[in-house]
Design a protein around this ligand. Structure first.
Ligand code: GLA
Length: 386
């Protein structure tokens, strides 16, 4: 049992004075490439990381739900019949939103018992590593097992997304939950967000002597507000004006027509999505044919597209990317929704400390908050009780 599971068990026992029925785990994710393409029915290529959220849970005899976390002292208590998006607020909207969303996907919530649950995690919050999807997925795999729901992982990804969209109020896509549920060790998930067909593709970073460095800028982002929703609206407007139901129905060959049809800002938003879809396909092909060393330029091109066309980067992320590249990274980009969070850099093991030192020095020179630097590896997706 992992240290985190042991801690979650102890936290559960301390709060509820009994043993949990089990501890379920779901990881955060890094998106290697394919940003803001998921809600445009496009392609993404994320992987589950070796940092997870765990939930220790046990069913109750009545229909009460009680949820606690390692980060707060509150016990959130609610009856199963009262769980609706409107009734939820704060951190508990993530786990309780999943309860509601399971009902929307066919679980008979009138026939299941309440439960006590305690949540703990080592996914940094607000870093763009999908700490929220990790909570949703840990809770959904736990309840699927405890309640005997028999829902498959593709469905659980949609459950998590629905909870995030309606209970938390963030208009996000399906990528994060898919990575958390479908990821596999040393591999990334090539997901077609239209069909939800997923293919797990070996990354081979370790064999190639590469590591993936995460640079958490500590610039906070909130997807329930502002820029993310605005970008999504631009994409929908662009699709409408181009006469398609989703940007997936266009590709880079449509860019000339898009330039003639759309205003400059909408055109650049759309250009990011169409070129990013192409970069995901190119990354998967390049990885297969030439190995991971060869994907660096595509990662960096993705960052430039987000910086210049989609305009979701911030100075800290640009500095992280530029400095990592100048210090020898073979590719670097911001990862996740943008407006803050983390950048990733693909780095040769031998150059890891040079790249890390350079990034720390550059941030200090700009008087930016000291970033957190750590490497992640591609890990297995959510797992059952231990
Ligand atoms: C956030 C969302 C995802 C996705 C990314 C951007 O992580 O949760 O659904 O849209 O931003 O690629």
């Amino acid at each position: 049992m992992s240290e985190l599971s042991t801690r979650a068990r102890a936290g559960f026992t301390e709060r509820f004075t009994r043993e949990p029925a089990g501890v379920w785990r779901a990881p955060g994710r890094v998106n290697l490439i394919g940003e803001h393409t998921d809600y445009n029915d496009g392609f993404v290529f994320p992987f589950a990381i070796d940092r997870s959220t765990v939930v220790a849970l046990a069913p109750r005899e009545d229909r009460i739900i009680q949820v606690t976390t390692a980060y707060t002292d509150d016990i959130v208590r609610i009856g199963l019949d009262e769980v609706t998006p409107a009734a939820l607020a704060g951190w508990s909207a993530y786990p309780l939103g999943v309860v509601w969303a399971l009902g929307e996907f066919g679980a008979d919530l009138t026939a299941v018992p309440g439960f006590d649950a305690h949540i703990d995690s080592d996914v940094p919050i607000g870093a763009g590593l999908s700490s929220s999807a990790a909570i949703e997925c840990a809770v959904s795999v736990a309840l699927t097992e405890v309640w005997g729901l028999g829902l498959d992982r593709q469905t659980l990804a949609r459950v998590g997304q629905l909870a995030e969209n309606k209970a938390v109020g963030a208009p996000t896509g399906i990528m994060d939950q898919s990575a958390s549920l479908l990821g596999m060790k040393d591999a990334a998930v090539f997901l077609d967000c239209r069909s939800l067909d997923a293919e797990v593709i070996p990354l081979g970073f370790e064999a190639a002597g590469l590591v993936l460095l995460v640079i958490n800028t500590h610039v906070s982002h909130a997807h329930a507000t502002g820029g993310y929703a605005d970008r999504r609206a631009s994409c929908e407007r662009g699709a409408r004006e181009m006469g398609v139901s989703s940007l997936r129905d266009l590709d880079v060959d449509d860019l000339d027509r898009a330039a003639r049809t759309l205003d400059d800002v909408t055109f650049r938003r759309i250009r990011h999505i169409l070129t990013e879809n192409q970069r995901v396909l190119d990354t998967v092909r390049t990885l297969r044919l030439e190995g991971p060393e060869a994907i660096g330029a595509l990662l960096t091109a993705s960052h430039l597209s987000m910086r210049d066309d989609f305009e979701i980067s911030v100075p800290e992320l640009d500095l992280a990317v530029d400095t990592a590249l100048a210090a020898g990274a073979i590719g670097a980009r911001m990862t996740g929704g943008g407006f803050g969070g983390a950048a990733i850099a693909l780095v040769r093991v031998a150059e890891l400390s040079a790249v890390s030192d350079a990034v720390l020095a550059a941030f200090a020179a700009q008087n930016f908050t000291t970033p957190d630097l750590f490497t992640v590896t591609a890990a297995d997706g959510a797992s059952g009780a231990d």
